[in-house]
Write a protein that binds this ligand. Sequence first.
Ligand code: COA
Length: 167
Amino acid sequence: MPSFEPMSFHLETERLILRPWKDSDADELRALHAERGGGTQPIEEIRAIIADGIANAAATGIALLPIQRRAEGDFIGYCGLTVGRASLEEPEIAYELFERVHGNGYATEAARAVLDAAAATRRTRLWSTVRDWNTASFRVLEKLDFERDHVTTDDRGDIVWLTRTLP
Ligand SMILES: CC(C)(COP(=O)(O)OP(=O)(O)OC[C@H]1O[C@@H](n2cnc3c(N)ncnc32)[C@H](O)[C@@H]1OP(=O)(O)O)[C@@H](O)C(=O)NCCC(=O)NCCS
């Protein structure tokens, strides 16, 4: 495998800060996951997800990072890089934000910072896999110059693979 620099785990944009996970993010992450439907997860499960995320970031040099608004100081979701359905060499960009903040350009703003951070690791390509109904996610990726590559199918339907080269 080619060698990559670790990704920066502290990114700043005009309105946002992306920073490492803290144990105290557990309540907010639980509330974010609950918006997916399917109920509220036990807090121990959420704490384990955060602990795994921290360990994984140290081991792989890539991470999904909490997004905090600078002015309000609140946790609004996360964005970052993950192996997901792709690979450590060419990972996926991913994001999930609270519904109350959707439509303000935050996902696009956070993802732009993640693209720059990914380029700084010397990676040359990123992926994103999106359910075919997810118009908002396609729009974010379109604004970031991702292009549709191919479609795969699982038991829940079609998954569109989009990709982008990095400078
Ligand atoms: C995808 C997601 C992160 C986008 O967050 P966001 O901060 O609202 O994104 P932005 O404001 O940066 O951009 C959203 C764009 O989609 C557009 N959009 C949103 N819903 C739309 C819809 N139903 N139809 C058409 N366009 C839509 C917005 O108008 C905006 O485009 P614009 O800037 O051209 O107006 C957010 O919807 C989310 O958290 N969804 C649930 C988790 C998820 O699906 N994650 C991605 C998995 S692949």
